[in-house]
Design a protein around this ligand. Structure first.
Ligand SMILES: *Cc1c(COP(=O)(O)O)cnc(C)c1O
Length: 455
């Protein structure tokens, strides 16, 4: 691995990392001791590091590279736009063609009635925008007390102050505190927290926590409920089938807004354009980023329903925006990315062909002695590592997930570990042969992990 490299160029880069670079979500002492792996190029579903190792990227970068690496069309779209109009803002009653084309194109893809887009530079900024917009919405409607946002423990909504507060990660809340007026309810994570309940019963219980929280806070004080259709960073948590129908039933009873954080599920990951389409949910707002540009350039946004927009329109200035809201180069890249998703029928192929194949092959790993559950939807998957398959008991204090991740790293596969849950989210363009390679490597790494745990 790169940490024991003798390659002078790798060592030079690792020294730069140690001396100057502050990486996200990183223990700086640990990183400078070990040195990062340096990724130098990519093509299709593969990465190459500075040691010349080829790696199958089972995480699509960071859930984002939907159309795969190496698509010149996106580079050409960026180059063309940079030469024509590299930047202009969309403040003060101005606009430019790419941002307008993109807003219209997104509205064509979204569920019924979701027709307006506020652009940002990232998913986190999309959620910050959401927080300010929904509070503003209720104030315009003469209900300024409706401020509280209900979110979920172990949800992920980004890393800005509002994003990390909306998210339910204790480790993030502990550093810098949280925005007032955000409360959290349990997640629908049956494997980890379902106890003796059936998945069905647990899903109902988890959904009922939303109603209990609305009643506790008071409907008159609740602005919105935010949730990922499928929790990504929390460990690819697929809710039991009973969960979303029960949530919809509860949302219908109370006058609060529903926000779907589609940053991971959006743009095809479930085999539908949006996770909300997959589950038949009808959000009032949707946060997007990641797959919007396949990660080739940063861009996020907040999609707003007619219902919310009609109120905003009566509220005077919305005093909010980013220098790079609707950046023309990012918009041109997003348009080209969406064109490719559409013209090459990538999402249809995921739904009809490659996702069913991935899910079938993934489930074959359930027979492995280390595996307690395999679950997945579309191009998302999770493998739970356990000591006891029946009781779902973990290997306590062994760091099974990190051991497994290390073996994956050393054997040319990127899989991420969330505690002892191994997760994958490969590029949507992954082929059946590449899926076979992913599964073979995953099984090898499970074997190696089990050997280590039994030592
Ligand atoms: C990644 C992510 C975000 C944050 O997006 P950034 O572009 O990193 O700010 C928000 N919500 C979800 C569900 C995400 O996965």
């Amino acid at each position: 691995m790169s940490s024991s490299s003798n390659n002078p160029q790798t060592l030079k880069w690792q020294a730069m990392s140690r001396d100057h670079h502050l990486a996200p979500f990183t223990d700086y002492q640990q990183l400078s001791d070990k040195g990062p792996r340096i990724i130098v190029r990519a093509d299709g579903v593969y990465l190459w590091d500075s040691e010349g190792e080829k790696i199958l990227d089972g995480m699509a970068g960071l859930w984002c590279v939907a159309i795969g690496y190496g698509r010149d069309e996106l580079a050409d779209a960026a180059s063309k736009q940079m030469k024509e109009l590299p930047f202009y803002n969309t403040f003060f009653n101005t606009a430019h063609p790419p941002v307008l084309e993109l807003a219209k194109t997104i509205a064509e893809l979204t569920p019924e009635g979701m027709n307006h887009v506020f652009f940002t530079g990232s998913g986190s900024e999309g959620n910050d925008t959401m927080l300010r917009m929904v509070r503003h919405y209720w104030a315009i409607k003469g209900q300024p007390d409706k401020k509280v946002i209900i979110s979920r423990i172990n949800g992920y909504h980004g890393s800005t102050f509002a994003g990390s507060s909306l998210g339910g990660m204790q480790g993030m809340h502990d550093q810098g505190g949280v925005v007032p007026g955000i409360v959290h309810i349990p997640q629908p994570y049956w494997f980890g927290e379902g106890g003796d309940k059936t998945p069905e019963a647990f899903g109902i219980w988890a959904a009922e926590q939303l109603e209990a929280k609305i009643l506790e806070v008071g409907e008159a004080n609740v602005a919105a409920f935010i949730a990922e259709p499928i929790q990504g960073a929390g460990g690819v948590i697929i809710p039991p089938d009973s969960y979303w129908p029960k949530i919809r039933e509860i949302l219908a009873k109370y006058d609060i807004l529903f926000v779907a954080d589609e940053v991971i599920c959006g743009f095809g990951r479930t085999g539908e354009w949006f996770g909300s389409d997959y589950y038949g949910n009808q959000p009032d707002l949707m946060t997007i980023a990641k797959g919007l540009t396949s990660g080739y350039i940063p861009m996020g946004g907040l999609i707003v329903s007619d219902k919310v927009f009609d109120v905003l329109k009566t509220g005077g200035d919305f005093n909010h925006g980013f220098t790079y809201s609707g950046h023309p180069v990012a918009a041109a890249v997003a348009l080209e990315n969406i064109r490719i998703l559409r013209d090459e029928k990538i999402i249809e192929r995921v739904r009809e062909e490659t996702a069913p194949y991935l899910q079938k092959r993934l489930r074959e790993l359930a027979d492995h002695p280390l595996v307690g559950e395999v679950r997945g939807v579309g191009m998302l998957g999770a493998i739970e590592l356990v000591q006891n398959k029946q009781s779902r008991e973990r290997y306590v204090g062994k760091g099974a997930g990190m051991i497994c991740r290390g073996h994956c790293f050393a054997n040319g596969l990127i899989m991420r570990a969330v505690g002892d849950t191994m997760i994958i989210a490969p590029p949507l363009v992954i082929s059946k042969t590449e899926i076979d390679e992913l599964i073979d490597k995953a099984r090898l790494c499970l074997d190696l992990t089990l050997q280590d745990l039994q030592k």
